[in-house]
Design a binder for this molecule. Structure first.
Ligand code: NAG
Ligand code: NAG
Length: 328
C-alpha cells in the first residue's frame, strides 16, 4: 500500500514507541459479526484521529475497516493503528460494539510498502512476527489482520522463494493463533504477484501462496494500482484484458488461475490524481473514478467478491456507494 511517504514518516515520528505487554492478552472465544455478501474493505492511514474516527454510520457500505499499519520493524503500531492503541479503552469498546452491531469488522493492516522484513539483517522471522501481530490483535480486541507484504524482490530473481516461504509460514502461524470464524485474515497483494508466468516468478509468488495456504486466507484485497502510468485505468484492464506488462491479472484471469471468485476483492485508490497537490493523492497511478468503476462492475457477468480502497479520507461512504456498482 503506497501511503504518502511524507505523511507516514511525519506521523511515525510522533508515535510513542512504548512496547506493548506481550502476555496481557486473553484467549477467550470470540465470534465475528454475522455478515454475508461482498467485502468492502477500506484502509485508513492519514487523517483519522480519535476525534475523527468514523462511526459505523459514517462508513456507509464499507464493512471492513483497516487501520494502517502495524510494522514488524519494532513490532509496533504506526499511524492509525497507533491512534487506536492510544485511544481511551472505553471509546475503543464503544466503536467496536457499534461496528459489530452494524456487521462491520475492524482490523489492523501489517507491513505496508516500507516494512520489508526479509531485507533486514538478520531477516525477520515469520513465526515470531506472527506471534507479535497476534498479541496486538488480541490486546486491542481486533477482528483480525490484513497482510500487506510488498517485497517484490523476495519473489524474484535470486531471492525467489524466500518471499513465498515467509508469507506461507507467517500465514500458517497467524491462522493457528487466529482461528477461522473468530478472526479474519486477508492479504493485500499487488496484482502483478498473480502473473502466471514461471519466467517472471519462478517460485510462483501469490499463486504458490494461494496453493499452499489459500484455505487459511479469507480474501485478497488486491492492489490494482501503483503499477505504472496508464496501467489499470480502464474497465477492460480489470476484467478482460490485463495491462500488457501484467498478463494474467484480471479478475477473470485470477479465477482461471484458481483464486476463488468470492475472495477476489478489487482494490483501487480513493482519489483521482491531483498534480497541484500530490499530498492529497492516495496512489501514484491506477485511478478510476468511482462512478466509472461502478458502471464497470455492473457491466460484468463475472463480479469480484467486493471492493477495497486506499484510503478512507477520499474513499468515503459516497465513494463506495458509487464504486460497488450493482453489487449488493
Ligand atoms: C507479563 O509481563 C510482565 C511484563 O510486561 C511480567 O512482569 C509478568 O511477570 C508477565 N506475566 C506472566 C504471567 O507471564
Ligand atoms: C513469460 O515471461 C517471459 C519473460 O518476460 C516472456 O519472454 C514470455 O513470453 C512469457 N510467457 C508467456 C506465456 O507470456
Amino acid at each position: 500500500m503506497k501511503s504518502t511517504i511524507f505523511f507516514t514518516l511525519a506521523i511515525a515520528a510522533l508515535v510513542n514507541a512504548a512496547p506493548f505487554n506481550r502476555n496481557g492478552t486473553t484467549l477467550r472465544r470470540r465470534d465475528l459479526p454475522a455478515r454475508s455478501g461482498p467485502v468492502y474493505s477500506v484502509y485508513a492511514d492519514v487523517g483519522t484521529t480519535a476525534e475523527t474516527w468514523p462511526s459505523a454510520e459514517n462508513l456507509g457500505d464499507w464493512n471492513d475497516f483497516l487501520m494502517s499499519f502495524w510494522v514488524s520493524d519494532g513490532s509496533e503500531p504506526r499511524d492509525v493503528a497507533a491512534v487506536w492503541a492510544s485511544m481511551d479503552p472505553t471509546l475503543r469498546q464503544t466503536i467496536l460494539d457499534q461496528y459489530h452491531a452494524a456487521g462491520k469488522t475492524l482490523r489492523v493492516a501489517v507491513f505496508g510498502q516500507f516494512d520489508l522484513p526479509l531485507q533486514r539483517s538478520p531477516p525477520g522471522d515469520p513465526v515470531e512476527i506472527a506471534s507479535a501481530i497476534v498479541d496486538f490483535v488480541k490486546q486491542f480486541n481486533l477482528d483480525g489482520v490484513d497482510v500487506d507484504y510488498e517485497d517484490t524482490d523476495s519473489f524474484s530473481g535470486a531471492k525467489a522463494g524466500t518471499g513465498e516461504d515467509f508469507v506461507i509460514q507467517l500465514t500458517k502461524s497467524l491462522r493457528e493463533l487466529l482461528p477461522s470464524g473468530q478472526f479474519l485474515i486477508s492479504h493485500a497483494p499487488q496484482s502483478p504477484y498473480f502473473i502466471p508466468n514461471s519466467s517472471i516468478f519462478t517460485e510462483g509468488a501469490y499463486l504458490k501462496i494461494n496453493e499452499e495456504v489459500g484455505d487459511s486466507i479469507d480474501f485478497y484485497n488486491i492492489q490494482f494500482y501503483n503499477q505504472g502510468i496508464g496501467a489499470y485505468e480502464t474497465c477492460e484492464e480489470h476484467f478482460t484484458a490485463a495491462p500488457s506488462n501484467f498478463p494474467g491479472t484480471t479478475v477473470n484471469d485470477l479465477i482461471d488461475s484458481g483464486i476463488p471468485q468470492e475472495k477476489i476483492i478489487l482494490g483501487k485508490p480513493g482519489l483521482v490524481s491531483n498534480p497541484a497537490d500530490a499530498t492529497v493523492d492516495d496512489a501514484i497511478n491506477g485511478f478510476v473514478d468511482p462512478v466509472t468503476l461502478g458502471q464497470c462492475i455492473t457491466s460484468q457477468s463475472t463480479k469480484p467478491g467486493g471492493v477495497m480502497a486506499f484510503q478512507f479520507r477520499n474513499a468515503n461512504a459516497a465513494w463506495i456507494a458509487e464504486a460497488k456498482g450493482d453489487l449488493p
